[in-house]
Design a protein around this ligand. Structure first.
Ligand SMILES: Nc1ncnc2c1ncn2[C@@H]1O[C@H](COP(=O)(O)OP(=O)(O)OP(=O)(O)O)[C@@H](O)[C@H]1O
Length: 259
């Protein structure tokens, strides 16, 4: 099985050293990992560095493949990144937007790929937004655009799926359906899933493991309940809080106050 290895990863914006030797635990196929941490901790930079969109130094390997040495196209075949927001001003329909990255490597003279279009519709339908297929992207709400961005990443059939706050604009129903969809996609296709989130209850509920990033360094990793603790909340978020059990026995994070 082709696990993802990230070791000693460094990235900076000028004098701002955003990632300072990040070592992730081994990320295995079919697993879902949440990256948590306060604002400006470096979470987006980390997953962009893994995808190759952000310049970085260090080790990023997928099984035997050294992703740092791959061409951009080869890296993009292995790794898909879903941004927090799709760029504004794209004069494309939803279907065209979803198909765009999957068609980049095709000849401009190739006819329409019907199988790919069917697959795009099928992914939109799993996300519950197939009725939007012919609408213009710029006419959609923030939450609808977020689901289109997810469909765009999924259609590429990546080995690694990197999601930047995939549910931040979604209502509770769509948060649940998107996370169910992501989890079944990673398990069924043996994909390595990584999502950045600020909603720690989302991490407690959906992640197999959690990585906590603070000031560009990993300060904790492990199962959700071993990482998301009162101590961690006060240490990196300056918040007093606790993990309780709901009536169904599931862990639930309660925030008491800012410190
Ligand atoms: N394009 C950029 N140019 C310069 N500095 C940047 C750029 N993008 C991010 N930074 C800086 O890098 C640091 C880490 O940013 P990053 O977006 O990775 O953090 P984050 O943990 O994802 O934050 P948030 O939770 O607020 O989204 C911040 O100090 C930010 O100001």
């Amino acid at each position: 099985m082709q696990g993802l290895t990230v070791n000693d990863l460094w990235a900076n914006y000028g004098a701002n050293h955003v990632l300072q030797g990040v070592n992730l635990p081994d990320l295995s196929p079919s697993s879902l990992t949440a990256v948590i941490g306060p604002n400006a901790a470096g979470k987006t930079t980390l997953i962009r560095a893994i995808s190759g969109l952000q310049m970085a130094k260090g080790v990023v390997r997928l099984g035997d493949v050294d992703l740092m040495q791959c061409s951009w196209t080869e890296r993009a075949r292995h790794v898909a990144y879903m941004p927090q927001h799709l760029p504004d001003g794209l004069a494309l329909s939803v279907l065209e937007t979803v198909l765009l990255p999957a068609q980049v490597s095709m000849s401009p003279f190739a006819g329409p790929d019907v199988a790919l279009q069917d697959r795009a519709i099928q992914i939109l339908s799993v996300l519950g937004v197939e009725s939007l297929a012919m609408q213009q992207l710029r006419s959609l709400s923030g939450g609808q655009r977020q689901m289109v961005a997810l469909a765009q990443a999924m259609i590429r059939d990546p080995r690694v799926l990197l999601l930047d706050e995939p549910t931040s604009a979604l209502d509770p129903h769509h948060q649940l359906s998107v996370m169910q969809c992501v989890r079944s996609f990673t398990r069924r296709q043996q994909v390595i899933g990584v999502f950045v989130c600020h909603d720690l209850n989302l991490a407690l509920t959906w992640a197999d493991q959690v990585v906590a990033l603070h000031q560009g360094r990993i300060v904790a990793h492990g199962t959700p309940e071993t990482v998301i603790t009162s101590d961690l909340l006060s240490e990196i978020y300056n918040v007093q809080g606790r993990v309780e059990r709901c009536s169904k026995g599931r862990p639930l994070l309660i925030y008491d106050q800012a410190i």
